[in-house]
Design a protein around this ligand. Sequence first.
Ligand code: 9D3
Length: 254
Amino acid sequence: MYFAVISIFPEMFAAISHYGITGRAAQQGQVVIEGFNPRDYTTDNYRRVDERPYGGGPGMVMMAEPLAQAIAAAKASASARGCRTDAKYCPVVYLSPQGEKLGEAKVLQMAEFDGMILLCGRYEGIDERLLAQHVDFEISIGDYVLTGGELPAMVLMDSVIRRLPGVMGDDQSAVQDSFVDGLLDCPHYTKPTVYADVAIPEVLLSGHHAKIAEWRFVQQAQRTIVRRPDLWQAFTPSKQQLKWLQKAGVALEK
Ligand code: 9D3
């Protein structure tokens, strides 16, 4: 999968290109991450990418032209790398507080693209005419205020890259995780068996795989009920899970 990032701080993306599972995916060529700095597409001596807003007010606004040039360069590179540049296959995505809030369903959809061009804003925002002409959709990562779109772009890339076939070490379907099955994760324990005078739950040492699966599911359910009643509301237990919940005395009325 191809990622172009349009950012005045392209060096920030070392965090995702060089470390951990995403770093390995980049090294192995499963993903290509390429930065385009709008400053490189300016024509003035100061390499200005921002200007004062028409109508007044605080802060600065990113100018359209350098961003348009950077997007054009990104599309040319995407094409040269065999990525179809149609919005259907390689959309321009603006990371924006006004965007649709990112969730695992959207991540899974986005993992189907050939690539994407991620537009990262700084300052107060971007000239609306650039957005209207070039942006296919907008994504927010949540309702809190950040200083720019780079960290949200990396959050999006990380969540998409780990859904690509062959990126996670083991069989992906075998990797149990929160949100995929709609519940929070169970607690995890490793060596030593006693730490700070606290022993691990005995069932985990039993070697009884069915009992362990049951214990883990009940833990997931209990945590989800307390911490994320919204997720519990949307969860439909299987027959087996219903039996486990009844046995554990977990109330089912929602
Ligand atoms: C005065 C109005 N500004 C501050 C409230 C608006 C504003 C502009 C630019 C707020 C944040 C930003 C920078 N943030 C992003 O570019 C951003 C973001 C975020 O701040 N939170 C969650 N998701 C995202 S995606 C991009």
